[in-house]
Write a protein that binds this ligand. Structure first.
Ligand code: C2E
Ligand code: CA
Ligand code: CA
Length: 731
């Protein structure tokens, strides 16, 4: 007895279902098969076949074509329609030379046929052959299925191109990936890949893919596909060349992978790297990338790139007094307003292209760009402008105008102004960083000059900044080295010429540079925070000096000391004042603190602090009134004692001038609120005359006395008391 070949996956004793109505034949076949180590189930009619198959799951069926009840072909048809019968090998037994039955057998899905009378040993071989083939077919089918499901899970599909024969075959997964309906496209042509490609990528995709085919080289191409619902997916395509040594044919195997999820996270990373979180605008990195391309391009056609650096004035005031959400609201509204001025296509497309590793093009971004550089600094880039034309300056003024209407936060109107720095790229340099730096310098200058204005960059600003930097480093040592000195300037009554008080003004006696005026270092000390320590020293020294003059019975008046914003906010001003008064022994009512509106506005608690200072007898003067944000409402809102009208109103004043009208209005309102009015910077007799007519109470200025060191003031006071000529200046 010959044993059955061992085939992996085949049972040791395969079961054969014999369907034969002739009992002799049935028994004979059964006997022979059993001899050859088959398990045999035999039935004599068609009716029971399906049930038997379902219950016993035979490995093969021998099916007689002629059965008494249902004919064998019909049985075969039913079997093939049943899931348990689809793949089972069926051998139909037909009459010899019955060609039409043989044809019919194939038609109804039989695997093979065998003619009667049966040659039994041949039948056994046929059965064994078909069983082996079935195992292999099953394995092939399974591996195909698992390949397909693996590809589907990996969102991956493959296609193959026979280069010589131009025969193209793609897998179902590719169709699925590209969402191609089988009837919709000619899927035997490589063009099917191009038709679904995103229109912006198709040229690039076609170029790389056809090069890979033409030159028989591997390629990796990323591209997008545009689906019918207008959504995009990202595909990564790898091509491999398969060369058959035997027949010399070349095939290109393409593997397409859907990498949309990965791309989306990459795009998110790009967005985080290149865009500002709050406003979604380009950040510094993206602006530099843009400038790196736009500067050379502008220069090449004889034009320039202009940069506007826009900074909100006193933005911290909003953040501090109303909270960060108010600040964010202003920034978002501003983004919207500036966005309307700037003609830019936005960054979306640019990032898209960056994320499919194509060279992004300037054209994606347009000729203008709006970006956010820092918390409250925005930048507008204008490419290809004429540096001799007025376009950029006009633009800067448009920007300023967007601040004319108030920003709205929770129904409240917020007025914010902005300073703007303007700079042009210079033909010698195409560095983005330099250009941004120049715009920043111009911006800084606009701020120093009193904010709310546009300034254009010029070379002189650089030397200004280097002085600024050296001042900053020298300042550190100056306090410790005792390089500061106070000078005092008297305030004189317009009624009787008596000295009503002094203002203490600081001087820096620099060991190398000599006397440095406060205009050059106060703002630096303010920026670095050194003003807190310096201000404390000024306060202590001025109080001691005043106490000394009082003790010497030289003069007993109020000493005024200037206070800066930083001292107010960070320097626990009340303690510092108490300590200065305590250490010197000066009574609180002999000290006045001068502060500008900017100082008062910089701190939300300023009203409270002022009230506490006044509780200690210290009086408060509103300094430099008429500059900056001056509004008469400040006079009524804050509990102050004195208004100091800025020098710019006094300079060259005539009684019929507009300046006189303002000074008169301020002094009348102040008097109705019982405030003391001081006019600063009186230099001439004419100015003094007009000021007197406008009812200012006190004057201060070079006309009477320049700020002088303490010793000189003592001398000046003594001379003045003994010389009627000087005292008579007022009469
Ligand atoms: P300010 O508070 O407005 O001080 C008055 C300035 O006007 C002083 O300039 C004074 O010398 C000047 N001045 C007085 N009379 C006349 C005049 O008739 N004509 C002209 N052209 N100028 C006159 P100074 O001393 O250069 O101080 C400038 C600014 O520096 C001050 O302006 C003040 O804001 C600040 N400052 C001075 N000392 C201190 C200080 O100790 N602490 C703080 N925080 N700031 C100070
Ligand atoms: Ca002052
Ligand atoms: Ca002043």
């Amino acid at each position: 007895m010959e044993a059955l070949d061992v085939v992996e996956g085949l049972p040791e004793r395969p079961t054969v279902l014999v369907v034969e109505d002739n009992p002799v034949e049935r028994q004979l076949i059964g006997k022979i098969l059993r001899n050859f180590d088959f398990e045999v189930i035999a039935v004599d009619c068609g009716e029971v076949v399906l049930d038997t198959v379902v219950n016993y799951q035979p490995d093969l069926i021998l099916l007689d074509a002629l059965l008494p009840d249902i004919d064998g072909f019909e049985v075969c048809l039913h079997l093939r329609a049943h899931p348990k019968g689809v793949y089972i090998p069926i051998i139909m037994l037909t009459g010899l030379d019955d060609v039409s039955s043989i044809n019919r057998a194939y038609e109804v899905g039989a695997t093979d046929f065998f003619t009667k009378p049966i040659n039994h040993s041949l039948l056994v071989h046929r059965i064994r052959y078909l069983l082996r083939a079935r195992v292999i077919m099953d394995q092939l089918r399974l591996s195909k299925q698992s390949l397909a499901s693996a590809q589907q899970a990996a969102r991956l599909g493959h296609w193959e191109l026979d280069v010589e024969k131009n025969r193209f075959h793609l897998s179902e997964e590719v169709l699925h990936l590209y969402r191609v309906q089988e009837d919709e496209q000619d899927t035997s042509d490589i063009n099917v890949l191009y038709t679904k490609c995103h229109p912006d990528d198709v040229m690039y995709f076609e170029r790389l893919l056809s090069a890979s085919i033409r030159e028989l080289k591997e390629a990796r191409i990323e591209h997008r596909i545009l689906l019918d619902d207008n959504s995009t997916r990202y595909i990564e395509l790898h091509t491999t060349v398969l060369s058959d040594q035997g027949d010399g044919s070349n095939h290109i195997l393409g593997i397409s992978i859907d990498v949309t999820e990965r791309k989306e996270s990459e795009r998110e990373i790009l967005r985080l790297a290149y865009c500002d979180r709050l406003t979604g605008l380009p950040n510094r990195s993206l602006m530099e990338l843009y400038l790196d391309q736009s500067i050379p391009r502008s220069h090449a056609n004889g034009s320039s790139v202009a940069i506007l650096s826009i900074d909100l004035d006193l933005f911290n005031r909003i953040n501090n007094s109303m909270g960060h959400s108010a600040g964010d609201a202003v920034l978002q509204q501003l983004t919207e307003r500036l966005g309307k001025l700037v003609n830019s296509t936005g960054v979306s497309q640019y990032l898209d292209r960056l994320s499919v590793s194509q060279e992004p093009s300037l054209d994606d971004l347009g000729k203008q760009m709006l970006g956010r550089l820092a918390a409250d600094t925005f930048v507008i880039i204008l490419s290809e402008v004429d540096r001799n034309g007025a376009e950029a300056m006009r633009f800067a003024n448009l920007v300023k105008r967007t601040f004319e209407s108030p920003f709205i936060y929770r129904g409240q109107e917020l007025f914010v102004s902005a300073s703007v720095g303007l700079a042009y790229s210079e033909s010698g340099s195409s560095l983005a960083e330099t250009l941004l730096q120049h715009a920043d310098l111009a911006l800084h200058e606009a701020k120093t000059q009193g904010r709310n204005r546009v300034k254009e960059y010029s070379g002189e600003l650089v030397s200004k900044v280097s002085t600024h930097l050296s001042i900053q480093s020298d300042l550190r040592k100056a306090i410790a080295n005792g390089e500061f000195q106070l000078v005092y300037q008297p305030k004189v009554s317009t009624k009787d010429g008596s000295v009503k008080g002094f203002e203490a003004l600081v001087r820096w006696i620099h060991p190398v540079k000599g006397v440095i005026p406060p205009d050059q270092f106060i703002s630096v000390a303010e920026e670095t925070g050194q003003i807190v320590e310096l201000g404390q020293w000024v306060l202590n020294t001025a109080c001691k000096q005043n106490k000394q003059w009082r003790d010497q019975k030289l003069i007993d008046v109020v000493m005024a000391v200037n206070v800066s914003a930083r001292q107010f906010k960070e320097g626990n001003l009340i303690e510092v004042v108490e300590s200065a008064l305590g250490q010197s022994g000066l009574p609180g009512n002999k000290l006045e603190l001068e502060m500008t509106e900017g100082v008062l506005m910089s701190d939300p608690d300023s009203e409270q602090v002022i009230a506490e200072l006044r509780d200690r007898g210290v009086s408060i003067a509103l300094d430099d009134f008429g500059t900056g944000y001056s509004s008469l409402s400040y006079i009524t809102r804050f509990p102050i004692d004195t208004i100091k009208i800025d020098r710019c109103f006094v300079q060259d004043i005539s009684i019929t001038s507009e300046k006189a009208a303002v000074v008169s209005a301020v002094s009348n309102l102040s008097h109705s609120l019982s405030l003391n009015v001081v006019a600063e910077g009186v230099e001439t007799e004419t100015e003094l005359d007009v000021i007197k007519q406008l009812h200012c109470d006190e004057v201060q200025g070079y006309y009477f006395c320049r700020p002088m060191a303490a010793a000189d003031i003592s001398e000046w006071l003594i001379n003045r008391n003994s010389s009627p000529k000087v005292a008579n200046k007022m009469h």
